[in-house]
Design a protein around this ligand. Structure first.
Ligand code: ASP
Length: 458
């Protein structure tokens, strides 16, 4: 995975005069939202809809013509780009995770450094996701939408709230949840992860398969070289398809937001504001409490000195939304400002740019639970634990490029019975969240490098 494919912003880079992709997505959101709210005011509010007779309205009090434009025209157009993402998400996850393990295996010569990096990664990500999950359960941003509107939304995306709620009721015992992580038939789990028919744990089982397969490839060594380069090819091709899909995102977001806001009105944006508050609070806790505590306890480093030393890496991460693009700056601050041993910091930071993504893991957990709340999908404690696990692993498999986590979120959503297309609800504000979560990802990599270096005794 060293040769990271072009980011979703690549075309914008090729032609600097063009408006950057994230700005176009935001414009798409604003256009869809204003058109949708205007249409809602004219056609959906009974008092204002003097031009539509009662018999022209559906059960939600929405004019049939508006319903037609929203559901039969805007919604299908909007879903095209999401389907393109969904199309490649499984091969992407399998190749990304397997290659991540192969890379770690390759570097086992570094001895315990690899193992400690892995341990810190898992622990830091698990703490981050747990913070996010607790915050969503306390703030309940998704439940700020009236129940009638949540049902309308579920009907729009999944053919009825009942279906999604019914799927979520299939809660399993902890024993079965754990056992089902090891798939009997990975191919069946791959199919089930997308259409919800899996017998086991769906995407989690697929991820476990990819990790075991990657470990085996690393163990087999040179004999697996062909399979490894095939996986690298698959990974690069999937990222290319996602790049193409993202070019359609501005139009897609505009259509999906129009379809949503024309039927539901402005309430959905209030819900979105609560979502943003939850995400930012989670980021602030991880950045302001968890990292300083870890640095003092395990890195014997003053957090103030640390943050001052890595300022330029944090700013670059914020500006580029890409851990990979920030890597050269991170390497420089690690060696020049933090004075970490190059052998350790190069390894930790290079692997961490893709593998250690605490901000992304936190975000993935929050988005999934938020959308589950919006869709009235109740998740039992075992299912929430599964979301934590999935988000930690998804964080490991997420590419360090702008919007790298979107395919992962879509798949985790599907696996808990929430339609993947519903990600459109948050796509318009994803860029600002991406800028912030990338700051966390990069800070986490550098904090990890400090802790690992300290224990190495160098
Ligand atoms: N943009 C993030 C990074 O590069 C990945 C993501 O969460 O989308 O670290």
């Amino acid at each position: 995975m060293s040769q990271e494919p072009d980011s979703a912003d690549a075309p914008a880079k090729k032609n600097r005069r063009r408006i950057p992709l994230h700005t176009r997505i935001l414009l798409g959101l604003l256009l869809g939202a204003s058109l949708g709210m205007a249409a809602h005011a004219c056609f959906a509010v009974p008092s204002a809809a003097g031009n539509a007779s009662q018999c022209d309205k559906d059960a939600n009090g929405i004019d049939d013509r508006l319903d037609f434009v929203a559901l039969q025209i805007a919604d299908p157009i909007g879903r095209i780009f999401l389907r393109l993402v969904l199309m490649v998400v499984l091969p992407l996850i399998v190749s990304a995770l397997a290659l991540a393990v192969v890379e770690l295996g390759d570097l086992r010569h570094l001895g315990s450094v690899g193992l400690r990096t892995l341990l810190y990664t898992l622990v830091l990500s698990a703490i981050a996701v747990t913070i996010g999950v607790v915050l969503v359960n306390v703030i309940k941003p998704g439940q700020r939408l009236a129940e009638s509107k949540r049902d309308a939304l579920a009907a729009q995306y999944a053919g009825g709230a009942a279906e999604t709620v019914a799927k979520s009721r299939q809660a399993k015992s902890l024993k079965n949840t754990l056992l089902d992580m090891i798939p009997e038939n990975p191919l069946q789990e791959m199919v089930g992860a997308i259409d919800g028919s899996s017998k086991g744990n769906g995407i989690l089982a697929v991820m476990v398969f990819a990790l075991i397969f990657g470990a085996a490839l690393a163990q087999v060594g040179p004999r697996a070289a062909t399979v490894i380069s095939m996986l690298e090819g698959i990974y690069a091709a999937c990222m290319q398809v996602i790049d193409w899909a993202m070019q359609l995102a501005p139009m897609g977001v505009c259509c999906l937001v129009f379809a949503m806001s024309s039927r539901l009105g402005g309430d959905v944006f209030v819900t979105l504001a609560w979502f943003l508050v939850t995400v930012m609070l989670g980021f602030a806790l991880q950045l302001g409490v968890v990292y300083p505590a870890v640095l003092m306890l395990f890195g014997r480093c003053n957090p103030r000195t640390f943050f001052r030393a890595i300022e330029s890496a944090m700013l670059t991460a914020f500006g580029t939304s890409s851990s990979n693009a920030t890597l050269p700056v991170s390497l420089r601050v690690a060696e020049e400002n933090l004075r970490l041993p190059p052998a350790v910091s190069r390894f930790v930071l290079t692997v961490g740019a893709t593998g250690n993504q605490n901000g992304t893991a936190l975000y993935e957990g929050v988005v999934v639970l938020f959308l589950a709340q919006v869709f009235g999908v109740h998740l039992a404690i075992t299912q929430q634990i599964m979301v934590v696990l999935l988000s930690v692993l998804a964080g490991v498999g997420t590419a360090g490029v702008p919007g790298g986590s979107i395919p992962m979120i879509v798949l985790v959503l599907q696996s808990i019975g929430v339609p993947g297309e519903s990600i459109a609800i948050i796509l318009g504000i994803d860029r600002i969240c991406d800028m912030c979560r990338t700051v966390l990802n990069v800070t986490g990599d550098l904090a990890l490098a400090v802790c690992v270096s300290d224990r190495t005794g160098e």
